[in-house]
Design a protein around this ligand. Sequence first.
Ligand code: G6P
Length: 615
Amino acid sequence: MCGIVGYIGKRDAYPVLIQGLHRLEYRGYDSSGVAMISNTGELNVYKAKGKVEALEHFAQSKDLNGKIGIAHTRWATHGEPNDINAHPHCSQSGKFALVHNGTIENYNVLKVALLKHGYSFVSETDTEVVVQLIEYIQDTNNCSLFDAVREAMKQIVGAYAIAVIDRDNPDQIIAARQSSPLVIGVGDDEYFLASDATPIIEYTNKVVYLNDGEIAVINRGEKLHVFKIKGETETSINITELKMSIEELEKGGYPHFMLKEIFEQPKTLADCISGRITSDGKKVVLSGVICNKEKFLNANRIIIVACGTSWHAGLIGKHLFEDFCRIPVEVEYASEFRYRNPVVTDKDVLIALSQSGETADTLAALELAKKSGAFVFGICNVIGSSIPRATDSGCYIHVGPEIGVASTKAFTGQVTVLAMMSILIGQMKGTIDKATFEKVAADIRRVPKLIKEIFKMDSQIKDLAKIFTYARNFLYLGRGYNYPAALEGALKLKEISYIHAEGYPAAEMKHGTIALIDDEMPTVVIAIKDNVYEKTLSNIQQVKARNGRVIAIVTEGDDVVSKLVDYTIEVPEISECLTPLLTSIPLQLLAYYIAVNKGRNVDQPRNLAKSVTVE
Ligand code: G6P
């Protein structure tokens, strides 16, 4: 979590830094701050609790000149969100300013040592320890800032992406990374620095992704130099060309990114599928899978590790791989998997599923599996992020930047990739028959069009949201492929409206949860025509018998369920394995409109961050 930005060049740094912070606000929005070296050599640091807007308001009457600066938007870990704990943090003499994304595990030990050396601390953060340590090392060794930062990085244990500036040298930024992302944009005699490429894209499409254990020396107007933190040699620089556009980072006329991203799904899924199913519908082309065919054919087991919404997509993946590939699948919360002593062998394939490609637990889980010899495959959205760079192979979902904190288009992108993978592996193994393969492949291609059909019910869903905005609890029920869709529907509502919602397998409800049902608790039931349709009808009757109010997601033309329930939303018919791609759409919209009615900050819900780089 937390986002960092930096700039050195010919422009005024402040507008670049502020715009960059806005782009990175999805990573945390508890407080923000900037540090710039003015044209007359002062180090000006401005910070404010709350969103970047608050910082802009605070800084508007201040001295904002300077062609070099660093900035930060925070998701608090050590110390409450306030002006003092906000970054940048300065060293005791006021000479150095530093921004940091990550957590320093041994900060207390270092702090005690620095206190003994006469340093004092103003904040409760782990970050302040880092900048003081850098100053201490420089003072005792009389070395350059680069050497001091490098030595400090050797002493700290934890995750970090940092950027440091020195009041006495307005021509240099030093940056380093270990387990937290850092991208350097290479412009014309100027450099940009950020936690991801979104603050950079409007200035240059040339970027260098810093690797773990690397430190960069960014000197004004000079070539970029990157070194290993441990080791003397300079490393070669790999410049990547970004394909992202600025339009993808704007709201495009929608009131929120989340709504834009929901309505983008026909396009994003078309992009996700594009070139991956041949025009005759007989083949799926996913080179990451095809080039590693033997790994999948010989797999004794697939383990999917993920967090949050990605974990829900993983649960659908389990159904898909078991149905079409006949490979046993386990779906694990990355945070649980990594701290267990899981049995993993070289016959396992581990799939790391992550929108951001940066989730710390997912990254650690895949490293653990790698050590046991498993073949590690990534399914991610953010190109060049840490997970795709750590895996043996993988596949991007290609749905474009997702900015709303509540994941929508990434979820459907993940499910679509899992569906394509499962029928491809099934075909390679001979565990899917030709007719099923071709039907599912054809239906995957129909999904974008069918989602557009669902959007015709937008105003109906909006009206439903008005009726249920009062609710304090919600229950979401689904079975089979749609049990994960129920979990995801409940999560969407929880995270953006702050209404308690529980997703449950419809039949399990009678073992406890049914006790909660009364006329005040709405139940959303996914009751499409699948192999457990009749059973789901009984579950609906059990809810109705207890005065529950039911909203059902049904297959188009179903007139049985509508007689049993209070409200229905229809979705078009499609292969059962793809139904979550359709049923999840009205649930995203329902959550969105309820949250808007409640006046919530939909794109930046309280306490959350989109990219969770802490454990
Ligand atoms: C955070 C986000 C969720 C996301 C989860 C996993 O909690 O708010 O939307 O599902 O992290 O993130 P990942 O990037 O690994 O999919």
